[in-house]
Write a protein that binds this ligand. Structure first.
Ligand code: SF4
Length: 275
């Protein structure tokens, strides 16, 4: 918070950040394509769904990954990661389609039921967090009926805290308790194949309080320009690693800090604790 919002330091897009981005974007696009195909093409079996998604995958890849943001990673690596997520998703969801149609004996015209049961989640779901003083609350996925899902790629802030933030924001809108969330920890093997672990998190009052405490601390850092100092242990994948660990000249750092102190402080709505 201090580096980004007080000093205005821009984090670097390391290859680890870009890898995480590819996984998130590929998953988002997969779910969107899946729903589009199910509503538009009225597929009758898993094989038809698989074929339609394969075609969509080629179109999505050439549309989305041309952005220069992905240039810090080898283009073949981006492609490998994208297809890894896409293929796994195609297989899982086409299997789910066949199972639902067969077990529930559902006619393919019941599109809403099919979409809801085959892909029971919405991706990059926006929540109004204004009652909690939060801005840009966007949960990676919201599982039906109301379970926030955090997809975690690599190291970083405790994902349980992000879930508590989503739960509080949801509760302020739907006025019902949201007591559970899910963390999906995604890891890359050396050949870039993916593995993931799913953990269910009980969002209790202690976790809610910890989130609120962290929210207030972060708001104070920006409002009162409090430098929290360097963390006791920093992942080398942190976008601000170079700045915090002396790879930026003293002169540049001093000038940035002087300018920040001269600027009037700003009241900032805090984002859910992603970074
Ligand atoms: S390098 Fe360490 S101190 Fe700096 S922003 Fe990252 S985690 Fe925080």
């Amino acid at each position: 918070m201090f580096l980004r919002y007080v000093l205005g330091v821009r984090g670097r897009f390391s290859k680890y950040i870009v890898r995480g981005l590819v996984v998130h974007v590929a998953f988002r696009e997969l779910v969107h394509s899946l729903k589009r195909v199910l509503y538009r093409d009225c597929v009758r079996c898993g094989v038809e769904l698989l074929e339609a998604l394969k075609r969509e995958g080629h179109a999505v890849f050439s549309r989305v990954f041309e952005d220069p943001i992905y240039s810090s990673v080898d283009a073949r690596e981006v492609e490998t990661l994208f297809w890894e997520v896409w293929r796994r998703g195609m297989t899982i969801y086409s299997g789910a389609f066949d199972r639902y149609i067969r077990n529930a004996n559902v006619d393919v015209k019941y599109l809403d039921s099919i979409v809801r049961m085959v892909v029971p989640l919405d991706v990059e779901f926006r929540i109004d967090g204004s009652r909690l003083g939060l801005s840009n609350v966007r949960v990676d996925a919201l599982l039906f009926p109301c379970i926030p899902v955090e997809i975690k790629v690599g190291e970083g802030v405790k994902p349980e805290l992000a879930l508590a933030g989503y739960a509080l924001a949801l509760e302020s809108v739907i006025r019902r308790p949201v007591n559970y969330g899910i963390v999906v920890n995604v890891e890359f093997r050396s050949d870039l194949s993916l593995s993931w672990r799913v953990k269910t998190v009980h969002i209790d009052d202690d976790l809610r309080l910890e989130f609120l405490h962290e929210r207030d601390k972060r708001a104070d850092i920006v409002d009162k320009k409090i430098d929290p100092g360097v963390a006791p242990s920093c992942p080398t994948t942190c976008p601000y690693y170079d700045y915090c660990h002396g790879r930026v000249s003293e002169e540049k750092r001093a000038s940035r800090e002087r300018k920040a102190q001269e600027r009037p402080s700003k009241k900032l709505k805090v984002r859910v604790l992603k970074k």
